[in-house]
Design a protein around this ligand. Sequence first.
Ligand SMILES: [Zn+2]
Length: 508
Amino acid sequence: MKRTAKYATLPLNRGKRNMLRSLIDAFANLKDLALRTLSRTRQWHYLDGRWQVLRDVMKPRYAKGVPVHLQDQAIKDAVLTMRRWIESVIALTHLKKRIFVRFEKQQRHYAFWLLRRYGRIGAVLRGEAPVPKFEIAARERKEVVRFLHRILRHALGRAPRMNVRRSVALDTSLYRVFEHRGRVYVAIASSVRGERLVLPLRGQGRISGDIRVVFDMGRRTGFVHMAYNVRVPVQPATGAAVGLDAGVTEVLAASSGEKYGHGYGVLLDRLSQETTETGKARNKLSQIANRAEERGRKARAAGGSPGDAKKASRIRRQNLGSRKLNVKRARGEAAVKTMVGQAVRAALKDRPSVVAVEDLSHLRGRTKSRRLSRVVSRWARSVLRERLEFRAEAGRSRLETVNAAYTSQACPNPACGFVHKDNRHGDRFHCLHCGWDGDADVVAGMNLLARVADPEIHLWTPKERVKAILEARFRRRKETGNLVRPVDQGNGTPLPAGLQSSHAGTAV
Ligand SMILES: [Zn+2]
């Protein structure tokens, strides 16, 4: 499995920035030219062969003075981008599965035959029905093409183009790594013959293979991205299954009772404050600048002094620049990422066979996030999801996304299961029926884990339906006499082994 390591450079001086910019521009221009060529489906046969075939065709269009090999990389990058784009659309539309459901025998065979070559997919998009070597009637062919055309035309939309120009892909022949007085440098062949662009790295790094150099204009630094292989263990994961609740005070609370990433809430608060406050301050300054500009315009029209116009441009230059803000936010974001990474690593250290989590691609309905900005919460959840996916795959744990509805309001005691919003008071959970007592986030983790094997509650079961199912179970336990006795009617039934909590049995 692949992973990308990112190394920052020290801030670059003007000369280096210009050199890097001109490399990126030359790279982007040619890549865009190649992408434009490949946006015509008649050219998709170039995606089937080796990328060098397209390079030979494009060579007369190469820019003078730019290393030829660098331009080769731009062509290769364009071919890979196009292939990835088409493959991702086929995957996202579940096209192969839909073919399987829709067609049989020869037609199914023909549909898969079409998808095996990009050139044939291109023909389908033009409404053509290429003739294979095996027998199939023209009418049947057309039916398949119509089906594929309808799905692909819609899902593909516009072909990829170069919108942002901020990186250049390099293979090992285009750069060299050396060390000098303990610092690592990456030297890149530049547009000027014989001259090299030397980038000093901020930290230590072992760089090899294909890399991508990204330029961040706001921060005036470059980044060297390097893909590397992560070794995945041969043995499947055998650690105890775990449910993990994504929190805002700690990063994670596990069904086993542990919590990971203490101090997370403070980090998130700070980041969220910085994001919103700087936003407000900038809006105010921007208003002042606008008003000053307006006054300046009027004054100039009346033949007066341009003082106000100068003030406006000064505010814009000094206070509304994005650099300081970016640096501050980037630091906050890096701290959050580090903490999330450490928490996830610790939580999955024993390689659990199953890891149950809620769907982290959306913000949860209930306002668990206190006063955090929605932007920050959403971003933090996507960081967490990415780390969980990576760690689970690296340890061969099965990551299960489960329905999180009522997981913080339902009693985790299998002999109880009472659901009520008053079961939870802030960070504590206290079951109003059986007196189960514990940490609210740990309880949520336990309920998430139980959802993996739940026969009725699936990921997409609506919230109201989940509540109805949980309440029906509670009633059924009562009717069949399988329910734990309520705490206020006696001394509290002992909980099943392994489910004892800190002060189980205390009366409400
Ligand atoms: Zn209970």
